[in-house]
Design a protein around this ligand. Structure first.
Ligand SMILES: [Zn+2]
Length: 279
């Protein structure tokens, strides 16, 4: 399928998902008076809008993956446009369907532009037990702008995540994960021994060997909850040319959380034995 057609399909899938989500957001707002995109933390962090932006970008993500369209700076306009369309469409659905009196919707008494202005400036904000602003006035435009930016941030995160997925630059497609293994270690000696074997295999571009190291060592340690160290290997392959790509990540436990301590990758050019230490 030619690239421009694939891009067009990604854009269509993205916008359709946004409009469908807008319909759901508006239905919830009409039923419960709760505007999901209006939820915020400390006024300025629009967690509701960011969450909606994430969900709106699901169609974009799935279509891009399926059709092998990798995000570029120009293509970022798709999730960003989707964010704006979702926001405006959710207001439009509310405008068309909200009945302020039986059988009378807002669209019977005002234009959509007028409604949008009113929705921004007549909105009220309440903040805990400290008080409330009943009518935001021109401050409402700022609140609306923050909400739209929140939608866009959600979409931007999704596109950025997709951009970080292993990509075969020869075949122009996303690679598929074929293997994932993770192992915990209770002491740094055994961790060290295993890491040396893995690095050794990776330096010889022997990804299969590196994966094999993990399956061989201490399988009983897998479930350990107290282990302070762990290593994970993710292996990817290109469906077209068979090129492979491995990512080895090491973690150290800090309290109840794992913190990444290093990340190494072998790229498709790995047949040359090139290991790139990213951090
Ligand atoms: Zn390939």
């Amino acid at each position: 399928m030619p690239y421009p057609l694939r891009v067009a399909l990604v854009a269509a899938a993205s916008l359709l998902t946004g409009v469908a989500l807008a319909f759901v957001i508006s239905a919830i707002e009409i039923q419960t008076d709760l505007a999901l995109y209006g939820l915020s933390v400390a006024f300025v962090i629009p967690v509701g809008a960011i969450g909606c932006g994430f969900v709106a970008a699901v169609g974009y993500y799935a279509a891009s993956r399926e059709l092998h369209v990798r995000p570029t700076p120009a293509l970022m306009s798709i999730p960003l446009a989707t964010a704006v369309v979702t926001f405006v469409a959710s207001h439009y659905f509310s405008y068309q369907r909200y009945e302020f009196a039986p059988g009378r919707t807002l669209s019977d008494v005002m234009g959509f532009g007028e409604y949008l202005r009113a929705a921004a400036t007549e909105t009220s904000l309440s903040f805990g037990s400290t008080g409330a602003i009943d009518r935001l006035g021109s401050l409402g435009y700022a609140v609306t702008a923050i909400e739209i930016v929140g939608f866009a941030v959600g979409g931007w995160f999704v596109a950025n995540h997709l951009r970080s997925k292993p990509w075969c630059s020869d075949s122009h497609q996303f690679m598929k994960r074929t293997e994932r293994r993770r192992q915990m270690f209770e002491d740094s000696e055994s961790f060290q021994v295993v890491m040396e074997k893995i690095i050794d295999d990776l330096e010889r571009a022997d990804a299969r060997g590196a994966i094999g190291v993990l399956s061989e060592t201490n399988p009983s340690m897998k479930e350990s909850r107290k282990a302070p160290l762990s290593v994970e290997i993710n292996h990817y392959e290109c469906g077209a040319c068979g090129a492979d790509h491995s990512v080895v990540t090491t973690y150290a436990r800090k309290g109840n959380q794992w913190q990444q301590t290093s990340r190494s990758e072998i790229h498709p050019a790995a047949t040359l034995g090139h290991v790139q230490m990213v951090s």
